[in-house]
Ligand binder design. Sequence first.
Ligand code: ATP
Ligand code: MG
Length: 443
Amino acid sequence: MEQISGVINESCIPYSEFKNNVGKVVSIKGAIHNIRDMSDFAFIIVRTARELIQCVYSPEFSEYRKDENVVEQAAAKLTGLVVKSETRDGSERYELQIHNIEILSKPVAIPPVVISKKQINCDLSVNLDNRPVTLRNPKERAIFKIQEGIQRGFREYLTTQGFTEVHTPKINFAGAEGGTNVFNLDYFGKKVYLAQSPQLYKQALVPVYERVFEIAPVFRAEHHDTSRHLNEYISMDFEMGYIESFTDIMNMETGVLKYIMNLLKTEYAPEIDLLKVVVPEIDTIPCIRFKDAKELCVKKLKNITDMKDFEPEEEAFLGKWAKQQYNSDFLFVTHYLSKKRPFYTMDDPEDPEVTLSFDLLFRGIEITSGGQRVHDYDMQVEKMKKLGMNPEEFETYLMLHKYGAPPHGGLGLGLERLTMHLLGFKNVRNAAMFPRDINRVSP
Ligand code: ATP
Ligand code: MG
């Protein structure tokens, strides 16, 4: 009887093993990404999970050039001799001199968009309509490899800081932030909502694990079509207990971001190079109070009418200001007005008009909102009543306060927003693998 051991016997080697196999005949598997036919030889570029491997038909094996099954996008196993070559910039490169090509599967159609060129050259909407195909382009897929690095950095760093990773339900009775942008759902005749954020649950877990984080989708029924809003996005959230000040949360976020940027530079260098990403250097991040930031905006920008919040132009201006003044791509804006922050936000005991909260701007756009939360039961009930909410509807949420909770706070960081600004995109959809917006639910 056959026994399964958990070990896969690979007949192929990854590209990283080429350097140890120069002069040997090896096999690789991958997609035929591009065929470049010259007069007496031809290149076949093979796309593996992360590389493009240059393979070359030597004339004596050129019968494959006549094989009509050898076409772009076919899945293949290639066997050949590993040789070392040099690139124009003098760096080492290895290629395969093809002896044999076994076609594992052949496409039945030509891709609707050319994906074998350096970059996809079509409208964003066409790119998104054809995502299963366009993602195969090395530059497109690099975006989401970098996005993987961001999530991985968030997870790895927080794990070292004693956080527990959790998953909270996405089908909920009450929307955390309330408001108009919740998706209603019929749940066996009951009215429920898709989670806008894990807020109420992650707070409930603070008295349990002290520090928790979650990386998961959240849903916002944004009725507008903007370049920075999706209707489903990945929120990277954390919540931490026993804080001494809300600056503990900002320090934790600064540590997370430093770790992420370093991880990208070291372990995601191929993608960072391919997309020519300028990875921000983070030493310290400057902080400015909302009131002072508003004053700066009023002085420098015209037609500012909303004194309670920022318009995108103001955020953009503050981003430039932080770069000029502090050479920082990031800026914490703190002490937002109480009126503008959700019911669970802690007011500043020194000035209850403002909150112990912050947003983090990255290159002039909000990527994070966070702050200290109310942990005292009476204070929370009173605040809810003041805001016209019915505390009875939040009975299970208030268990957290009722049965004792430490001072705590946390934040939510939008993964696509961060990716978008790191990669310099004008539209958040470029940074979403399969975006959901007001006009798009497919693919
Ligand atoms: P904005 O003011 O930009 O609409 P917000 O203040 O409503 O955002 P928060 O509830 O503070 O958003 O969410 C925390 C983070 O989640 C934001 O800083 C942002 O990075 C991200 N985010 C919020 N809404 C969206 C969205 N619709 N699409 C993509 N990312 C979002
Ligand atoms: Mg916000």
